[in-house]
Design a protein around this ligand. Structure first.
Ligand SMILES: Cc1cc2nc3c(=O)[nH]c(=O)nc-3n(C[C@H](O)[C@H](O)[C@H](O)COP(=O)(O)O)c2cc1C
Length: 194
């Protein structure tokens, strides 16, 4: 069965980026793709220590709730990341998640034994929501995400930035934004997962 892992990084349960993520995932479920949504806020992940111990074997020394996430990212077909824009970039929760893949970077570049091969054709997508209509904020999230997906050997499958959304749940009144997230999900699924 085709699988999609959806990572929500907002600390606000039911926040705008999470609602957009649900719309995106609905498109996947309609195509019989198995979707799992993980809320990073609940995992209290420890940031990368930069200890470089992963240089030896590509395994992180920190044994927290990232451990099953590494397995999931190695196993699924698609990965979608959702984040609010915080100070012109991505939320710390998502950045911590990304930085913890330094062990995969070591596995790919130093050990030449990546956990995922490009030929497996896994693909990733990024969704973000922000208050201000500032293209550069979205560009920052996209740029960081591209580096992340490249490092873990996922194809970059697209990016959607929904702006003009500030208060929690504001997106529920913005049918165009929810539709854009759903349509992005449809396109991602048909291009990379079917
Ligand atoms: C700490 C913090 C920093 C923020 N920084 C920005 C920002 O730099 N630019 C922006 O457009 N919105 C900013 N916002 C607003 C959020 O991006 C916006 O409310 C977003 O829709 C929240 O998504 P969420 O409901 O999924 O958390 C910030 C909000 C918080 C709490």
């Amino acid at each position: 069965m085709t699988t999609l892992l959806a990572i929500s990084s907002t600390p606000r349960r039911g926040g705008n980026s999470e609602a957009a993520l649900h719309s995106f995932c609905r498109a996947a479920e309609e195509n019989n793709i198995s979707v799992e949504i993980v809320r990073l806020q609940e995992l209290r992940l420890e940031p990368c220590r930069g200890c470089e111990r992963c240089e030896a074997d590509g395994i992180c020394v920190i044994k927290d709730r990232m451990v099953p996430l590494y397995q999931k990212v190695a196993a699924v077909d698609g990965l979608v990341l959702a984040t609010p824009i915080y100070f012109g970039s991505l939320a710390a929760q998502l950045k911590i998640f990304m930085d913890r893949f330094q062990c995969w970077w070591q596995a790919k570049y130093r050990l030449k034994k990546p956990f995922v091969e490009l030929a497996q054709n896994k693909a990733g997508f990024v969704l973000c929501t922000g208050a201000l209509h500032r293209k550069d904020f979205g560009d920052n999230v996209e740029a960081v995400s591209r580096v992340f997906f490249h490092s873990i050997n996922y194809h970059f499958g697209g990016f959607l930035c929904l702006q003009g959304l500030d208060r929690k749940g504001e997106i529920e009144k913005d049918t165009a934004a929810l539709l854009a997230a759903y349509e992005a999900g449809k396109k991602f699924v048909s291009t990379y997962l079917l």
